[in-house]
Design a protein around this ligand. Structure first.
Ligand code: PMP
Length: 424
């Protein structure tokens, strides 16, 4: 696509080197509607990778709400305004009882940062536990707990990492016990350095660890152990939140209730807004003793967008929809895995699904080249997915929530055809 190539050259002359794109030959997009992106090449692409437009691209309810609010009032957050209180009340009804306060910010990273500060101040400890392939964001504090940023990204001095869960290669009854052992070792490791545990920070769908969803419930003993050690459980719901897994919140699949919950990405359907939800107790000391102010956190425009998103998720039944279409897609992927021996494992929950590509040997050796070819062939066929996970050999499928059964069938048929060609 010559237009995209020219734009790429212009971009590389002005934007910093950290702007990374999904495809080696990027898809240049000019507009989007629902689950479809319109490329500058005039083609339509089915967007099966994007969890930001949670209720669909350019949703009219968000456009109307933001436009009306922009015409009425937008300002920073030190004035008393009604919409933010209305939205906070509505949002908190979606959480289990002890989670009854919310603080708004603009990005997931900011909310992660605030969660870390809150947990450290509350517990008087500084130690943090994360998985070895975790990604939690881009501020200094969030980057320090994000080993997936690579070997040149410094991990914080008081951070202990635990091995990622690998459910494809672990017997189901061993997933929980192994994780528990890892967390116990991490607590001991911190203790040996004279560091107490402030928090464990986990994304319950383990997005950057290659999507590890099963067996549901394996996190519960870990949370108990961290509590016993004096730390808090921070649920990073930036990926699994707002219905993605077929429940409102990913942590619900594990039958647990966090002390602090971080929300972001899908919350405003692309309008920046994030939040830290928590128990009154977990936020008590930081909230009352340390000054915190976020100029744009929960501003009227962002709140208008978030409020429209919440309404549409409810009115369109998108949480149940994600569960139903996700199940159909999962069954389809399972039958694909049964037909191609190099499709080695299927994982996921709701509309967050993963398919590993690799060798059918005992180690299920990942094949990132095959994954890259499949992603490119899918794109040629008009469907955008990604290859990610620790070995870059996990196909990740994470479409906007209104993704229909018809969209799912189109994706499955196309993937079937692509695998038939690429694994021949
Ligand atoms: N946590 C997780 C699990 C994420 O996936 C991300 C973003 N990819 C973040 C935190 C950070 O969010 P943001 O980019 O909005 O700062």
């Amino acid at each position: 696509d010559p237009a995209a190539e020219q734009l790429l050259r212009r971009r590389d002359r002005v934007l910093g080197p950290s702007y990374r794109l999904f495809y080696r030959e990027p898809v240049a997009v000019e507009s989007a509607k629902g689950v479809w992106l319109r490329g500058m090449d005039g083609r339509d692409y089915l967007d099966a990778y994007n969890n930001v437009p949670a209720i669909g691209h350019s949703h009219p309810a968000v456009t109307a709400a933001v436009t009306a609010q922009l015409e009425r009032l937008n300002t920073h957050t030190r004035y008393l305004t009604e919409p933010v209180v209305d939205y906070a009340e509505r949002l908190l009804t979606k959480f289990p009882a002890p989670l009854e306060r919310v603080t708004f910010a603009c990005t997931g990273s900011e909310a992660i940062d605030l969660a870390i500060r809150t947990a450290r101040y509350q517990t008087g400890n500084t130690g943090l536990i994360v998985t070895e392939h975790a990604y939690h964001g881009t501020t200094l504090a969030a980057a320090e707990i994000s080993p997936s940023l690579g070997p040149n990204n410094p991990i914080g001095a008081h951070v202990a990492t635990i091995p990622s869960i690998d459910t494809a290669r672990t017997p189901a009854d061993q997933v929980g016990p192994r994780l528990l052992e890892s967390v116990r070792a991490a607590i001991q490791q911190l203790d040996a350095r004279g560091v107490g545990v402030a928090a464990i920070i986990l994304d319950s769908i383990f997005s950057s660890d290659g999507v590890q969803a099963e067996p549901a419930g394996f996190l519960a003993p870990v949370v108990d152990l961290v509590h016993e050690a004096g730390g808090l459980y921070i649920a990073d719901e930036v990926q699994p939140g707002f219905g993605r897994t077929g429940r409102w919140w990913g942590f619900e699949r594990h039958g647990i209730s966090p002390d602090l919950v971080v929300l972001g990405k899908p919350m405003g359907n692309g309008v920046p807004i994030s939040a830290l939800v928590g128990t009154v107790e977990a936020q008590q000391r930081f909230g009352s003793e340390v000054r915190y102010f976020n100029t744009f956190g929960g501003n009227p425009i962002s709140i208008a967008a978030a409020s429209a998103v919440l309404s549409v998720i409810e009115s369109d039944g998108l949480v149940e929809h994600a569960a139903v279409v996700g199940e159909r897609m999962r069954a389809g992927l399972a039958s694909i895995a049964a037909s191609y021996e190099r499709a080695t494992d299927v994982r996921g929950a709701g509309l967050f699904l993963a398919l590993d590509l690799g060798e059918p040997d005992a180690a299920l050796t990942p094949d990132p080249e095959l994954a890259a070819r499949v992603v490119n062939a899918m794109r040629e066929a008009g469907i955008l997915i990604s290859a990610s996970g620790p070995a870059a050999a996990t196909l990740k499928i994470r479409p906007p929530l209104p993704f229909s059964e018809e969209n799912a069938d189109f994706l499955l048929e196309t993937l079937d055809g692509v695998l038939a060609r690429e694994t021949r």
